[in-house]
Design a protein around this ligand. Sequence first.
Ligand code: TRP
Length: 338
Amino acid sequence: MEAEEAKKKVVFSAVKPTGSMTLGNYAGALANWVAMQSDPSYDCFYCVADLHSITVDVPPAEFRKDTLDDLATYLALGLNPEKSVLFLQSHVSAHAELAWVLNCHTQFGEARRMTQFKEKSKRAPENVNVGLFDYPVLMAADILLYQAELVPVGQDQKQHVELARTIAQRFNNKYSPTFTVPEPIMPKVGTKLYSLQNPTAKMSKTDENPAGSVLLLDPPEEIMRKFKRAVTDSDTCVKFDRANKPGISNLLTIYSVFAGVSLAAAEKEFQGSDYAAFKQRTGEAVCAFLAPVQKEYKRLIADKAYLSQVMKDGAERARRMAYKTLSKVYRKVGFVQP
Ligand code: TRP
């Protein structure tokens, strides 16, 4: 019984490389990942989901750079390869292999109902490829290969994790228990960040207005400029009120995350402060947080040998777990053993 109690819960998550990460990626995902890796009751697998990136058209050289940038940024933000398994999805071929088997256990209608597929195909009707349609099944393979129990994701990925649950349960019922049924876990409310230019839309690296999203690797002058131009309201008081003051509420959230204080403390700190000073201080807090991160990123991105070593070790550790699951799956569906 004690051994059972001591059994760690597997945590799996991933970010797909597409351009540099934003403050929103940190607040909504990475901050949580870093915290979870230090909890001794978790066994964390964090993946750069590069297979997912090619569902949209991206020039290969740029894509390669984005992938390495993301890995170096993960490390610079504090993900520790000694504590977590960090790897590139394309380095573990079991992801693509399991995805095929899961494809044959997913109904067309289930995949067609995915909100993100519907939105993405509307946004880019010129490239509605089968990979885009299959994206959530590959995600299910990512999660199920590691027998993950917990999947920290943003709200927009919850439906995909639910599909992974459905597929896992279906497979377990059809054959015999094979996969752990995963559960999405959402970061605390308030950690979703919004565009500085349109504070009711998510801060995203694909924002049409680049001034709306602050990149983790933006130089300090650029960051200060973006905060200076951030949209507020015609009121004058700094107060958290998402419905009526989305711009100010977003800035308060950003301040609280990057200055490391509670929302209540942030509100109190800026009581009576004018908007210009508040925006300036928020920009400064972000720059102060990012200065050591950017310095570490620069050191790491220049050290290709170290990055290669991290990728190699991570992929080896990931593979051990992944192939154990995949061979079980292959046996259960009836493939003849080689
Ligand atoms: N689709 C996720 C995103 O865009 C990234 C991702 C890929 C992922 N595979 C995953 C997240 C598995 C959680 C679990 O953010």
